[in-house]
Design a binder for this molecule. Structure first.
Ligand SMILES: [Mn+2]
Length: 277
């Protein structure tokens, strides 16, 4: 991601990781090509019943706060140098780095029977900490898939992150298009209220996304992959995180078990989507 002096060695390490995953029978690897990583959130009683949840309010933080030297994705990879200038990366530069990564590693993933699944930016701001964001609009997922047209170049489709992306269009057409392209590696089943620059995460049944409609779309497009819960609000009990996850899992399981009974998709009319050959 930083295009540093050890890049070639690191790419070789990633190829080995992908081959090892294939040999171990692990069919999907999620990744997030992001320098600032998940950053800028605040925690508060934002969810139903004042359950603790996560929110973003870009006006309340300094989105340009520089990254400390030697830190990427909130992790220190080497000791910081006191007089180093802050890391800045443009969108063009970051897309070039992603393209180089995909062109080198996707063929190895293909050989190994592994799908590389790209998580979008969380939060999907324009830029954070002086570094561009990559997949912060739904169309940029298409751009990523087009770089290497392979079933091993897939998506870690995070519904919450997708819904948080600015813009007036609904999420449903995008989900249908990605499913129709057969490039969804797996799905983060999460809900949210609001969009960048101001949103908060909700219980799975309580946000802006009609989750039943998402399941109808996946049903209609014969999606056969995995759906997993993502971050969830915390319940007020002795196991707040686990209880939040259990609630999401039960809700998801009920939707999937009743997919046939959910009736026709209400956004099917708009599903006349062109998919490039
Ligand atoms: Mn996610």
């Amino acid at each position: 991601m930083l295009d540093g002096p050890d890049r070639a060695k690191q790419i070789e390490g990633l190829k080995r990781l992908v081959r090892d995953a294939g040999r171990a029978g692990i069919p999907r690897i999620g990744y997030n090509f992001s320098i600032a990583g998940v950053w800028g959130w605040s925690r508060g009683p934002f969810a139903r019943g004042e359950a603790m949840s996560i929110g973003l309010d870009l006006a309340a933080i300094d989105p340009d706060l520089p990254l400390p030297d030697g830190v990427v994705w909130n992790m220190r990879y080497r000791v910081g140098r006191p007089d180093a200038s802050p890391v800045t990366v443009s969108s063009d530069e970051l897309w070039q780095r992603l393209s180089a990564f995909l062109r080198e590693v996707v063929p190895v993933a293909e050989e190994s029977g592994v799908v590389l699944a790209a998580h979008p930016d969380d939060p999907p701001a324009e830029a954070l900490r002086g570094t561009a964001r990559l997949v912060n609009r739904p169309e940029k997922y298409d751009r990523l898939m087009d770089i290497v047209d392979s079933s091993s170049n897939g998506l870690e489709l995070c519904l919450g992150s997708l819904q948080e992306m600015p813009g007036a269009d609904e999420i449903y057409g995008h989900v249908r298009r990605f499913a129709r392209r057969k490039r969804i590696g797996y799905i983060h089943f999460r809900n949210v209220r609001g969009k960048v620059p101001n949103y908060h995460e909700t219980f799975v049944d309580d946000g802006d996304i009609d989750m039943a409609e998402i399941v109808r779309i996946l049903r209609d497009e014969n999606y056969d992959g995995v759906i997993i819960p993502d971050h969830t609000p915390e319940m007020s009990c002795d196991a707040p995180w686990h209880a939040g996850k259990a609630f999401a899992l039960g809700y998801m399981r009920a939707l999937v078990q009743n997919a046939a009974a959910l009736g026709p998709s209400r956004t099917a009319q708009a599903a006349n989507i062109r998919v490039e050959a």
